[in-house]
Design a protein around this ligand. Sequence first.
Ligand code: 3H9
Length: 701
Amino acid sequence: MAAQVRFQQSGNLGWITLDNPPVNALSQPLRAGLMAALEQAAQASGLDALLLLGTGRLFCAGADIKEFSAPPMAPALPDVIAAVEAFSKPVIAVLHGSALGGGLELALGAHYRIATTGTSLGLPEVKLGLLPGAGGTQRLPRVVGVPKALDMIVSGAPITGEAALAAGLVDTLYEGDALQAGTAYALELLTQGGGVRRTGERTAALEGNDPQAYFSEQKVSVEKRFPGLYSPLRCVMAVQASIRLPLAEGLKRERELFMECLQSPQRAGLVHAFFAEREASKVPGVTADTRPRSVEHAAVVGGGTMGVGIALCFANAGLPVKLLEVDETALARALQRARDTYAASVKRGSLSPIDMEQRLGLIEGVTDYAALAEVDVVVEAVFEDMAVKHRVFETLDAVCKPGALLASNTSSLDLNEIATATRRPEDVIGLHFFSPANVMRLLEVVRGARTSAEALATGLALGKRLKKVSAVVGVCDGFVGNRMLFQYGREAEFLLEEGATPEQVDAALRSFGMAMGPFAMRDLSGLDIGMAIRNRQRQQLPPNYPLPCLLDLLFEKGMLGQKTGCGFYRYEAGARTPLPNPELPALLQAASRQQGVERRALSDEYILDRTLLALVNEGAKLLDEGIALRASDIDLIYLNGYGFPAFRGGPMFYADTLGLGTVMERIEAFHRELGAWWEPAPLLQRLAREGGTFTGKGASA
Ligand code: 3H9
């Protein structure tokens, strides 16, 4: 038997323990070990019941995701689970921590399930572009009924032990040691004459519904909720089989649909995104020995939209936070903004009034820097002006206790220069939140030239606590995300001057899967903001650096986007739906004339290449310069901060799926056609020549 699984027996009880750290993933050796342990248990004398347990912090996180790109290896998980279900004595799965994916499917093969209150039970396969492929779509509806099962499978969201008890997914909750609790439960079960109870012998319930109509409706609803995604619809189709077919046939249907998903490019993109998130926490120079400092009290300097959003992040994580503004009036405005934001959540039903008051209670408004003397972290979120930042950091240096993390939320200024305002540059870090800070998951953690490993580890730990997805980046204008966005946005604007319309560009990118088109996005953030960035860039870019001019024309006319009811699009008062701006065609013509460009028809494919490959080329430069640690960090940033579709894996992964040879050819063509700014990044040239990919490129920490 493989060392990863142990069978033990004491009296009339046996137990099988999964031991495959860190998450007991059901890799081939574990599956083989389980099969062998089941055989051993079947032959054990005097055995009346069998427990299934997991060691470590959780029961089982499911199939080993790393195995998906390799040919399948026996024994297959469905066969292992069939052997569990067929066992001749009662099998009890004793769950703790998490029972996810194949882990929950294994538990569904058992005859009884018990769990701790804190156990997270779910079938998250859909988030990886899959469906539960080891019986989950057939057995879960037989245990909790079709509607509940479908909801869990299509959303991929886990439920708690308590909710699982209410749904009938677990038989009871336990506290304390799993083996002890499992033993006590098994003995009681045997006393009461509880026998083998196979899930597969039950039928899936869909009370009061006509199955045909119900599933047709579900399919329509899923297509609407997850446009462009491949696996959610197949989840519905698989669950439908659970009420039409006996278990064996239903499992066959599930397998077919699972294999279709497994082979889909979306699965590859989503699995890449899963690992990108885990890789990003591995940072060169930050080792297991690097101790993050304790953070129990925070402060935010600046009560504008960003500062308030950041303060809300702290309060949402249960951390007391002091919000500093220059005077009482500004402070009152900032605190009101915090209250209004929470009130909107209460109105939507996503926050209870009690939680709102509790969180507001964690935000203390202050106007005197002396109040920040004892905080563990300060995030500066004041106006983007170096002189202002310098004054703030000088003051923080003077008042904050030694060891406090001094963070700037700058999105564009040189962190190293900011750090010179202090006598402790090793404690200065960038924490670049994305707007709205309390909603967006991304956090760029900026490592300055002198930032210490300990400060960086503290920033990363804080990001985790705030439930952010963090990526460490180096110092440059715009860091990773915004530096790439500049190229993307500029190409999009050039396309308008060459012949496209905002509607066409936005629609092409939305149908690619972007959450929003670039022009709807510009209108949302405000064209005045775009103009301020453009003007700053004009001062920094070499003379004659080509820039589009349409933004200037809109700005001159006072068309600032949603805030003025008109920008690239027009908006009805109080509405956010983009309508055609009747003045735009004339402005487009004027912009084309000004640039000396003859307008022409552009295909959607061309639009996608111009915008997306601009991201890729800049991403390759950032990787080469060491500003991004690895290609997958760039992907992570785009997936979590810029609405790039997760099923495409991110811009660098998308480039890999096109093939870097093809990417190189297209970029070279743009270089010839358009100008020097399209020069292919040296890294791209190298990889295309060698037949390489971005995947796996960068730090291995
Ligand atoms: C499935 O089950 C298919 C079946 O239906 C059908 C099969 C036929 N495999 O997240 P963490 C690694 S699909 C391999 O940082 P946490 C992870 O990469 C699966 N590796 O910990 C990391 O490695 P490293 C359905 C895995 O405490 C380390 O474990 N299941 C797997 O923050 C720690 O992970 C899921 O989708 C895996 N399944 O969160 C669950 N899971 O240290 C996926 C984790 O080298 N997993 N690793 O970077 C999770 O959601 C979280 O990992 C979990 C723990 C909540 C369990």
